[in-house]
Write a protein that binds this ligand. Structure first.
Ligand code: GCB
Length: 893
């Protein structure tokens, strides 16, 4: 018993010593005040009365203004303040504030004094606050921390323009670091002060090299010990190194090497992690500082012919790019959501993530280490550069920070530094000024590339280029990095999926010694939009699947393609975008709140090894369609599975079985009115699996006749061939159809197409103000003569919806508009009357009154019909052509 107690006491002592001596790191996210805008004289002069909103970090001030109908979002200064309570004993410590990220310029004040500043919104920074702190003798002293953050456009700070939103705020965690006077270097671009490399790894041995710096702020030199311990995944000590160090006052470099025999290798299938703890002690073992890092032992190469090899084995890198924002949260996410994204990718069978277009939260790379996801990380030099030393220096600084902060993660294999940098070239095409600009981009690329090589001899370098192969060749960009990344959108921004395969072959022939990764490929899909005839740019879930089927097949067929990152893991905010879901880029294979789309299940069926079966059409559980003569409506249901064959059942009745093709089986299902229980069954590796889904179907009669208890309820998206599910009102909008006797439909006119927009077969991609049903209002029948319903007698609510799809709305142009390049035509001048069953409903609906560019105009009227006359909505133009975008008919009784 006494022995036991002594042992316990010893343990407690060791714990106490270690705890009280090493750097103490604690988050300080709670109890901040926030003020949007500048405060003159603050914080030096604190007398101004200011409104402070209580906030908890992470926080962004753009969580809601990016999705409203008002173009633009707040880009300017914001202030944060907080009281820190510092114990008297900390007088002998060295205190820092560690910011994981604040977008994009930050100035940190302590008790009114500027303690430090940082440029760049995506990397961490450490601010030494000790000299500005107040200490009282016997208790806690109050210290005021104020931080000014500014996300204004600054031509010297990348990114300048991009297809994502530059949300402002302290949007990652903030920590207080209480370090000793003897510690690992905290003034090295906010790195941990320790650099781990693995110069040699193979199946029989691994060499691990640890270098770093010790800071000694004591007045005299010290005799110290550096102890490095590698433990295995179970916590058992594998190897230990002890180095005596005589630390002069201030900084002292060290280097030590350890070896692990027959190492457990790290890979996506088995992400085995050792831990490596590095400790500074005095001669008696008193701890001054201790840093823990993950250690994954692996080696890898890229080959221009054969692709990527991990631990000597060929591995096709397949995964996605990832942005860091989330629905209604801007970029201010808790760690759990960062981690969940990596789990989402892993569960799909992904083994690769492109952290685009900027370094992200530390939680992302930690999750990648743990889950076995290989990583390419990049700095945000996007679309264009500024030809100034300040811009170049900021690029370099960001790159140093990214590498130094993240290089100890075994998951990282590539450092990248430019994305589509020739997309928005300045100056006149082919002018001497433009050629000089291009030469400067190439020079910057070279200096960033050599900076990486100097910092990290193990990782590969990469630049992501858009599909203008010739231009990147001409400017010399393809010759600079070790890997060329291509962002390819054939079959989306340009016509013809086949162009993708041709592009890849051309790279391989023209650059036979340059490994390549497809760093982006994707197609938009709004989960509310469905099509039985999917086509390019219709934003349907079904076209997204078709696009990815073609791409994955091509990627798998070509061994020289080392890897591919889907654009994007999830939908993300891009304020200047319009499309079906304004302000959101919907190329995600999951929604902005991470609900997987069909394309996600398509990849899962192709990538994971364990049995998988999933009924697709995830956002299409509420359907509608026109009845056939059997009283059903046949529509397709996609089943995703890694089984060879899938069986389908509807309401307990077997519909048949089908072979899967690249993980997909498409069934024609004769839906009946009401609930349809769809069961898919399959066997994979002798394991029976099934998936059950209920689809609520609303059958619309082909011909109207009085039917007890059945009321007419129709929503028609005019000029459209897609189905749109309004998930809020639980209504399905049907594609239009021409009028036939006994039924309903349009008479006359043609489908609206955007002038000069070859990429889109119908409708417009503009944001329609005043409605959430942008996709419905974005399509239109132009020159329409009438719309007719042969409905039975009764009382009806008839709703007509209009929106001018050409021309610009009144108001200032956007400063950094990244939308399409099309030139807006002027609003067509039009004026027309609308009559319902011969009675004038709207007089002179015109571009001079209610019809405004990009704004919905909707009106409802009650129509009473008797004598079997049905409803005819007639459009009588007297200037230009009449239009109609949406029409709804709801029988009241
Ligand atoms: C790209 C860009 C990316 C965009 C994407 C798109 O090539 O690199 O930032 O979001 O295209 O969806 O257009």
């Amino acid at each position: 018993m006494i022995k036991y107690l002594l042992h316990l006491l010893l343990l407690l002592c060791v714990f106490q010593v270690a705890k009280s001596q090493s750097t103490n790191k604690q988050s300080i996210n709670s109890n901040w005040g926030f003020h949007k805008g500048n405060i003159v004289g603050f914080p030096g002069n604190n007398s101004t009365k200011t409104e402070w909103q209580p906030v908890t970090l992470p926080h962004s001030w753009n969580a809601t203004d990016v999705t409203d109908d008002e173009p633009g979002y707040y880009r300017g200064p914001g202030w944060y303040k907080k009281t820190l309570y510092i114990p008297a004993a900390d007088k002998n410590k060295q205190l820092y504030l560690y910011f994981e990220g604040a977008n994009q310029e930050a100035k940190v004040y302590v008790n009114g004094h500027l303690a430090g500043k940082h440029i760049g919104g995506y990397t961490a920074f450490n601010i030494f606050i000790q000299p500005f702190l107040k200490f009282s003798a016997d208790s806690l002293s109050q210290n005021e921390i104020s931080v000014k953050v500014d996300n204004s456009f600054n031509e010297n700070i990348p990114p300048l323009t991009a297809d994502f939103t530059f949300f402002g705020g302290i949007y990652r965690d903030v920590y207080l670091l209480e370090a000793n006077k003897i510690r690992f270097d905290l003034d090295n671009n906010a790195s941990s002060g320790i650099k781990i490399t693995t110069p040699l790894v193979n199946e029989s041995t691994a060499t691990i090299k640890i270098t770093g710096k010790i800071t000694n702020d004591l007045a005299t030199g010290q005799k110290l010990k550096l102890r490095t311990v590698i433990t295995d995944a179970a916590g058992a000590v594998v190897t230990v190194a002890e180095n005596p160090i005589t630390a002069a006052s201030n900084s002292n470099e060290f280097s030590t090497e350890l070896h692990v025999k027959t190492p457990h290798l790290w890979s996506p299938d088995a992400p085995y992690l050792y831990r490596i703890k590095t400790t500074i002690t005095d001669q008696q073992g008193k701890i001054y500082d201790e840093v823990s890092n993950p250690l994954g032992l692996r080696w890898y190469t890229f080959d221009a012919d054969k692709g990527f090899f991990l631990n000597g084995k060929s591995l096709k890198l397949i995964g996605a790019s990832r942005h860091q924002d989330f629905k209604d949260m801007a970029n201010a996410l808790p760690n759990a959501l960062h981690q969940r994204d990596m789990e989402l990718l892993k569960n799909m069978g992904g083994n690769f993530v492109r952290i685009a277009h900027y370094p992200q939260d530390p939680a992302v790379l930690e999750a990648c280490d743990r889950l076995g996801i290989l990583v390419s990380e990049e700095i945000p030099v996007v679309n264009a550069i500024t030809e100034s030393d300040a811009f170049y220096n900021n690029c370099k600084e960001m790159q140093l920070e990214m590498i130094r902060q993240n290089r100890n993660h075994p998951s990282v294999i590539i450092w990248a530094y430019m994305n589509e940098v020739l997309l928005r070239p300045k100056y006149k095409k082919n002018s001497p000024e433009q050629n000089l600009y291009f030469a400067r981009i190439a020079a910057l690329a070279k200096s960033l590339d050599s900076l990486i090589k100097k910092e990290d001899t193990e990782r590969y370098t990469m630049i992501s280029c858009h599909g203008d192969f010739g231009l990147y060749q001409r400017v010399g960009i393809t010759a600079i990095p070790q890997i060329v990344g291509w962002n390819l959108y054939q079959g989306w921004y340009s016509a013809g999926l086949e162009g993708f395969a041709k592009f890849l072959d051309n790279h391989h022939q023209t650059l036979p010694h340059t490994p390549m990764i497809i760093t982006e490929f994707g197609a938009d899909a709004d989960t509310r939009i469905h099509s039985t005839k999917p086509e390019r740019f219709d934003k349907s879930v079904e076209y997204q699947v078709k696009y990815h089927q073609f791409y994955l097949k091509t990627i798998e067929e070509k061994p020289f393609v080392a890897g591919a990152a889907i654009w994007n893991l999830a939908d993300f905010n891009s304020e200047t975008r319009a499309d079906a879901t304004p302000h959101i880029n919907t190329k995600g294979i999951s929604t902005i709140d991470r609900e997987p789309k069909d394309a996600y299940f398509f990849y899962k069926a192709n990538l994971i090894k364990r049995p998988f079966l999933k009924t697709g059409s995830v956002g299409w559980k509420l359907r509608s369609g026109i009845a056939d003569d059997k009283g059903t409506c046949v529509q397709q249901v996609y089943i995703f599975s890694n089984a060879k064959e899938v069986e389908l059942w509807q309401n307990g009745k077997k519909l048949g079985s089908k072979s899967t093709e690249m993980g997909v089986a498409i069934f024609d299902v004769p839906f009946t009115d009401g609930e349809n229980i769809i069961k898919a069954t399959a066997t994979v590796n002798n394991q029976a699996i099934e998936d059950l889904t209920t689809i609520d179907f609303k059958l619309v009669p082909a011909l109207f006749k009085w039917d007890a208890g059945k009321y007419v309820d129709l929503n028609i998206s005019v000029g459209d061939n897609r189905f749109f599910v309004d998930d809020k009102l639980k209504q399905v909008w049907l594609p239009e159809q021409p009028y036939t006797k006994g039924s309903w439909g349009y008479i006359g006119g043609k489908v609206f197409t955007m002038p000069g927009q070859a990429r889109q077969g119908f409708g417009s991609d503009k944001d329609i103000y005043g409605t959430d049903l942008d996709a419905v209002y974005q399509t239109q029948r132009i020159g329409i003569d009438a719309f007719r319903f042969d409905v039975p007698d009764g009382e009806y609510d008839l709703t007509l919806g209009f929106a001018e799809l050409e021309g610009k709305p009144a108001g200032p142009a956007l400063a950094y508009n990244l939308g399409g390049n099309e030139v807006d035509a002027d609003v067509h001048q039009r004026s027309f009357d609308v009559l319902v069953n011969g009675n004038l409903l709207i007089k002179s609906l015109s571009t001079q009154n209610q019809l405004q560019a990009q704004r919905e105009y909707t009106t409802t009227t009650r129509v009473s019909i008797t004598g079997g006359q049905g409803i005819t909505v007639k459009f009588n133009p007297f200037k230009g052509e009449a239009i109609l975008n949406a029409i709804q008919l709801k029988q009241v009784y």
